[in-house]
Design a protein around this ligand. Structure first.
Ligand code: PEP
Ligand code: MG
Length: 894
């Protein structure tokens, strides 16, 4: 194996072997651009070293050969006393790991060569400064000396001189400092700073190898899901100096504006400086455009090179360069990071330039970027007074007066106030308040807590689990730790707060907000063709069209009212994949549900059901109308009944107090009994879903009847209803068969009554492991499957979806056990395996089985790709995530 590649031997496609930096240096070299000569030690050499604890034997010789070639090319030897070749040794992995690994500059300097450098450069101060930088960097990163020791010595030297910055230290000061640094190395390591240049180089290469496995690098990789066995490459590059006088300098540049995508001259330049000075902020940089005045020749050359790079990479590139005494050198390039808005604009600009095609344009953007563009945002330039931070549960920026209960939220918002609903956690009772509020803030609960799921569904800003904030609903107060760490500060009802659902940050007072033009566009309030439509909207419009053209997955919405359905349709939904009927049982209807639960006799029960029937029917008719011509999957009642009853503690207290006053009311007593009767230790695993339908006589029948009659009436009104009935929480085909037989009976009856054919289909959710494992049998009785990946994740992992993110997930994320919650992105190996096996088994039984997913994962970018790969027919997600799902489905197919 070959362990070392000269820059002339590599190219940009060898990132696995040469790392990102090395591959791009080689690419630029071969494009004929001015790259200081050098070579790259491969990731393979690194891996072998890490495996065996010692360099592969051939490496030393290969490095020697490449060094000799470099010395011939440069016409000087590494560390040559009268005119030293100096090199930098830098890490460079396949995936960029910013700041995680090591770099050493000025390798080759020694007591002998420092004077040679001074003579050659004609600058003694420069030479001694370079030498002290070498000892400092080498001491710290290669020899493991505490970096503080050098910093302190440097501060002392400045203090002794009365200097503020190191520029004020002269050659003699720096020479003294070098001695001091050498002492530090000797004391800390028990050895002298190595004077042999080759030894310096070998030790530096080894240090870069070792830096692959520092704790921080390992942690970073776990979090970013970068495999741990890739290793890093090492780039050895001849040094060029930007700090050799006013005709030298260093800078960064972008081929386009990374913030807007606009073409032009973007970047910063610092005269008479090295790269690290820019970072240290010792002096202020000037805009790159000013270089034109300072050094016309280098400027023109740089512009030329930037154009070459962009045409070559067919993308925005960022660049690091140095000018050494009027000579331009390229030190690095890569495809540059950009904002979400720039990503969309650049993608379409490049299509227009004929540089990339539509399929490639889709790879240049992603759903996370689109999601970012869809949320109103806080104006980040404004001043803001942060008081806490929670989980970024549903993005957006919301400002309003603090309210601590649903009732006040509704009352205040009716009178025109904007409010933020603040609760310890929310439950279905808070729904009205959540609808009325601009945003929701909770101090408990994770990304799949009630507050988070419902808020995301509504496209409403939500920060949940802000644990350092104390919510006291009785006193109507929110307490936060004071910023100085001493005491607390209090937000009372009516005080203005601002919450950022994209960062989880909570602010006191009003932070200004800017609306999203992209949402205005999706809502149809702004037309991509219109003169005033800005470039961003045009770009989004075009990219969405590319995605819709190629995607195979259809995209549906999780929606349970006509308003959400209509919005979903504007956003491009091709039907409803999940209508949760329990949301139709709340509010004023709750009393009817209570009557159903309390019913002692069949008559009472059917009276309650009869009262619910027309209400449900009305809801379905509206929904079918909003989605006319498109499929609407209605799921029969899922949550345990106790969710529709009052809280057990509150009710017990009320009854006890009433009993003490001797005016206990009959209904409350019956309610309390029912609450006790229905109380379950683990309601998620209890009487819910199909189980309810099997034990509460008439419940599912009523729902099926409401669906069928609504469909029949829509037909009579010349509509085109396409209802699909879905049974939740099925674990075995027998459950499904019983419900199915009864449903078919009801549907036939209504078809006869109305003289229509309804073509209703009947399917099931696959959301329990047993359902997935027996999918082949279940498919015998189901027209379709919809994977409920929320419950499936909950039951496969044994994690409570409502509690887990607030309890131990943070620890799991920190330890790198997950990079992301499995409730957010599908766990491919576990939950995903059940899904793909169930797809295969289901289709084996019934080749025309329709397959979808309606858990939260249906709108998650990475998960959408997975669902595309396993061959689902559609994903279903909350209305606001539909554009993201469309885009990702397109990207998966392109
Ligand atoms: C699911 O479990 O994934 C699902 C969609 O149902 P729900 O979230 O209503 O339990
Ligand atoms: Mg479920």
């Amino acid at each position: 194996t070959k362990f070392v590649y000269a820059f002339t031997e590599g190219n940009k496609d060898l990132k696995d072997l040469l790392g990102g930096k090395g591959a791009n240096l080689a690419e630029m070299t071969n494009l004929g651009l001015p790259v200081p000569p050098g070579f790259t030690v491969t990731t393979e050499a690194c891996c072998l070293y890490l495996e065996n604890g010692t360099e592969p034997p051939a490496l030393r010789d290969e490095v020697g050969e490449h060094l000799a070639a470099l010395e011939r090319q440069m016409d000087k030897r590494l560390g040559q006393a009268d005119d030293p070749l100096l090199v930098s040794v830098r890490s460079g992995a396949k995936f960029s790991m910013p700041g995680m690994m090591d770099t050493v500059l000025n390798i080759g300097l020694s007591d002998a060569s420092v004077t040679g450098l001074a003579a050659q450069a004609g600058d003694e101060r420069f030479a001694w400064d370079s030498y002290r930088r070498l000892i400092q960097m080498f001491g710290k990163t290669v020899l493991g000396v505490d970096g503080e020791l050098f910093e302190e010595a440097l501060e002392e030297a400045k203090g002794a001189k009365g200097a503020v910055t190191d520029v004020e230290l002269d050659a003699a000061d720096l020479r003294t400092l070098v001695d001091r640094f050498k002492d530090i190395v000797r004391t800390a390591t028990g050895r002298d700073f190595p004077q042999d240049p080759r030894e310096q180089m070998d030790l530096a290469i080894r240090a870069v190898f070792d830096s692959w496995n520092t704790d921080r690098a390992k942690l970073y990789r776990r979090q970013e899901r970068i495999p741990g066995d890739l290793g890093t490459a090492v780039n050895v590059c001849s040094m060029v100096f930007g700090n050799l006088g006013p005709d030298s300098g260093t800078g960064v540049a972008f081929t386009r504006d990374p913030a807007s995508g606009q073409q032009g001259v973007y970047g910063d330049y610092l005269q008479n400086a090295q790269g690290e000075d820019v970072v240290a902020g010792i002096r202020n940089t000037v805009p790159l455009a000013d270089l034109e005045q300072l050094d016309r020749k280098s400027y023109d050359e740089l512009m030329q090179i930037m154009e070459t790079l962009e045409l070559h990479y067919k993308d925005l590139c960022d660049i690091e360069f140095t000018i050494e005494r009027g000579k331009l050198w390229m030190l690095q390039t890569r495809v540059g990071k950009r904002t979400a808005a720039a990503a969309f604009r650049i993608a379409t600009q490049l299509v227009d330039q004929g540089l990339i095609d539509e399929a490639e344009a889709l790879q240049r953007v992603n759903g996370a970027q689109l999601a970012q563009l869809m949320f109103p945002r806080f104006d980040l330039t404004a001043k803001a007074d942060q008081i806490g931070r929670g989980i970024a549960a549903s993005p957006g920026a919301a400002v309003g007066k603090a309210v601590f209960d649903s009732y006040t939220a509704v009352k205040w918002s009716r009178s025109g106030e904007k409010v933020i609903l603040i609760r310890r956690e929310t439950n279905p009772d808070d729904l009205d308040g959540m609808i009325a509020a601009e945003g929701i803030l909770t101090s408990r609960g994770g990304k799949t807590s009630h507050a988070a799921v419902v808020a995301r569904g509504m496209g409403k800003t939500c920060v949940c689990g802000a644990e350092d904030l104390e919510v006291d609903t009785k006193r109507r107060q929110l307490t936060a730790p004071a910023p100085d760490g001493k005491g607390t500060l209090v937000i009372d009802e009516g005080d203005v707060v601002s919450i950022d659902g994209s960062t989880g940050k909570v602010y006191r007072g009003e932070v200004p907000v800017v609306p999203s033009p992209v949402v205005e566009y999706f809502e149809g309030r702004m037309h991509a063709g219109a003169d005033d439509a800005d470039e961003l909207v045009q770009a989004v419009h075009r990219v969405m069209a590319y995605a819709d053209r190629v995607r195979r997955l259809r995209v549906r919405a999780n929606a349970d009212n006509a308003e959400d359905a209509a919005r979903a349709r504007r956003f491009g939904a091709q039907g409803i994949g999940l209508c949760r009927t329990e949301h139709m049982f709340l509010g004023e209807r709750r009393e009817l549900v209570e009557r159903l639960i309390l019913a002692d006799t069949d008559t009472e029960r059917s009276q309650a059901l009869d009262a619910l029937l027309p209400l449900q029917k009305g809801d379905f008719k509206e929904l079918f109308e909003a989605m006319d011509g498109l499929p609407v999957t209605v799921r029969l009642l899922d949550p345990p009944l106790h969710e529709f009853l009052p809280d057990i503690t509150e009710l017990s207290v009320r009854v006890a107090l009433a009993e003490a006053r001797k005016d206990a009311n009959e209904n409350d007593l019956r309610l309390l009994q029912a609450v006790h009767r229905l109380h379950e230790q683990n309601p998620m695993l209890g009487l819910r879903g199909v189980r309810l339908g099997l034990v509460i006589p008439g419940l599912f029948t009523m729902q099926v009847r409401a669906i069928a009659e609504a469909a029949a009436e829509r037909k009579a009104a010349k509509g085109d209803p396409r209802a699909e009935i879905m049974i939740p929480l099925v674990g075995t085909v027998q459950e499904l068969e019983i419900v199915r037989d009864e449903a078919e009976r009801v549907i036939e009856e209504i078809e006869r009554e109305h003289g229509v054919e309804l073509k209703l289909t009947l399917g099931t959710m696959i959301e329990l492991p047993r359902a997935a494992l027996t999918a082949g049998q279940i498919a015998e009785s189901a027209d379709f499957f919809s994977f409920g990946t929320n419950d499936l994740t909950q039951t496969v992992w044994g994690f409570s979806r409502d509690d887990v993110e607030a309890s131990f997930f943070t620890a799991y994320l920190e330890k790198g056990i997950f990079g992301v919650s499995p409730f957010e992105t599908i766990d491919k190996d576990g939950v995903g395996k059940l899904v793909s096996d169930a797809v295969a088994d289901g289709r084996a039984t019934r080749p025309d089985l329709k397959l979808g997913v309606c858990g939260e994962h249906g709108g998650d970018p990475e998960s959408v790709h997975f669902f595309h790969e396993v061959g689902l027919d559609y994903v279903s997600c909350s209305p606001f995530r539909i554009p993201v799902a469309r885009l990702e489905a397109g990207r998966a197919a392109a």
